[in-house]
Design a protein around this ligand. Structure first.
Ligand code: ZN
Length: 180
């Protein structure tokens, strides 16, 4: 397993639409292993392949990780290949979202509270899962990545531009530091 570099906004690759996985292979499993290690190291609760520069419809998640910051939570990795939302509730749920590709920025986003998702698991077996609350939010956030959508796209134009400006400035400063 290896930790991969997480791309951050602004970056055109994050806006690409990811392609379906046609064959489950060892390479896809290796990608998922690397993504999970990258997720735990970050740390975060969800990661889409496009965030490490791979335009494939692959997501890893572990929502246990965010729960109790003092204790080392039990690992509960989840793998989603070619995920598709088949149902969304009318009930909405608001959560203060963040994203490993939008570092240090958080905003309240409203999404359907429950959803049902069809996907392949780590071994390529078809699964269907009903998710609620944080799990549903996280799945919807990650599936957005596969379409090139970031949570800041749901904010007002002004707020979104402010965040992108801040991130561009941070990136420039980091680059200068490396050059010096
Ligand atoms: Zn994200």
């Amino acid at each position: 397993m290896a930790i991969r570099k997480i791309l951050t906004e602004p970056n055109k690759i994050l806006r690409e639409k990811s392609l379906r996985v046609e064959n489950m292979s060892k390479d896809i499993q290796k990608l998922m292993d690397d993504m999970l290690e990258t997720l735990y190291a970050a740390p975060g609760i969800g990661l889409a392949a496009i965030q490490v520069g791979v335009a494939k419809r692959v997501i890893v998640m572990d929502i246990n990780r965010g729960r109790d910051k003092d204790k080392e939570p039990k690992k509960n990795p989840m793998y989603f290949v070619n995920p598709e939302i088949t149902w969304k509730s009318e009930d909405q749920f608001t959560y203060e979202e963040g994203c490993l590709s939008v570092p240090n920025q958080f905003a309240e986003i409203e999404r359907p509270k429950q959803c049902q998702v069809k996907h392949l698991d780590y071994n390529g077996n078809p699964q269907e899962l009903k998710a609620d609350g944080l799990l549903a939010t996280c799945i919807q956030h990650e599936i957005d990545h596969l379409e090139g959508i970031l949570f800041i796209d749901y904010l007002s134009k002004l707020k979104k531009e402010m965040i992108i400006k801040k991130l561009s400035k941070q990136k420039k400063e980091n680059m200068e530091r490396i050059v010096v």
